[in-house]
Design a protein around this ligand. Sequence first.
Ligand SMILES: NC(=O)c1ccc[n+]([C@@H]2O[C@H](COP(=O)([O-])OP(=O)(O)OC[C@H]3O[C@@H](n4cnc5c(N)ncnc54)[C@H](OP(=O)(O)O)[C@@H]3O)[C@@H](O)[C@H]2O)c1
Length: 316
Amino acid sequence: MGVLGASGYAGRELCALVARHPGAELMFACANEQRGATARFGNRSVTFLAPDDAPLDRAQLVFSALPHGASRRWVDAAHAAGAKVVDLSADLRPGNGGGGSAVPYGLTELAREQVRAASVVANPGCYPTAVLLALLPLLVRGLIAPGGCVTVVAASGVTGAGITPRQDLMFAEVSGDYRPYALGNTHRHLAEMRAVMRALDCDADLVFTPHLLPVARGILATITVPLVEPLAEPLGLWRSHYASEPFVEITGDVPALRDVVHRNVARITAHMAAGVRAPTVVVVAAIDNLVKGAAGQAVQNGNLLVGLDEAMGLPA
Ligand SMILES: NC(=O)c1ccc[n+]([C@@H]2O[C@H](COP(=O)([O-])OP(=O)(O)OC[C@H]3O[C@@H](n4cnc5c(N)ncnc54)[C@H](OP(=O)(O)O)[C@@H]3O)[C@@H](O)[C@H]2O)c1
């Protein structure tokens, strides 16, 4: 397996997962400005290559953890060299130019069979992973009120912004603080979430307000959903929907980041909202943005692409 963008946050997480994967070997790891630098993954020291020097034809599977816009070219090059590819960028995702293409959207719990049959997969964004996994049991049953508004208030740790230094992300700026960003329903992940909701025949609006949490990793999303009818047993619905899923945990407790960091899981709870006239459910989902929201889900998809057990090498 090979990793493009290996010096970034998602890429490093991928290298660490591949290094301890019992069915894989890290053939190459690429970087841009950090090419030539070395890093330690497991018991191996790895020197980052320039992407132009990567032996793309020697890897059965290539992960691209490159920024949006830079990734597509390398996905095409790796595919042309004969590799199967998981693209962690938005370049091929629905709502970003990838909708309707032959590349499946790798929300594994939704598209497992399409992923298994594919040669290139668009790995979902981190916020969309949390939000869509939380909504799937409602989406596939048509339970979200048409014309209603799904409201998402979510917070992410600072690694969600990538490794490029920024003044507003320095320790002294974020420590002890909590603030929203992309106000006014403008975050770039909205297009991806809306496209998937539409593809599942959901005719509801989506208002998404992300926040910056002063921790390194983790996403917690609280989602308020208007329903066509009340749910007698909300937790039962989520439990039965995800009964056979190894990486989705349904809990009656409060999901917390400490339950999910460094794990490839989404932890979800759902409760009917009391004291409101229209039937409304509040769903909460927690994931590690770098694992289930990026590298872990990418390995889950990569395992399926090359015919391995989906859970191989993943921290449950
Ligand atoms: N961070 C997350 O939580 C997260 C979650 C889900 C998906 N993703 C997606 O995963 C991708 C990587 O995200 P990230 O947060 O890991 O970003 P990052 O920390 O900024 O890392 C970007 C990586 O790409 C390399 N790179 C940048 N420009 C390049 C170019 N023009 N050609 C070749 N390599 C280039 C960088 O190398 P140098 O450092 O050597 O320049 C670095 O290895 C993005 O598309 C992102 O949307 C990220």
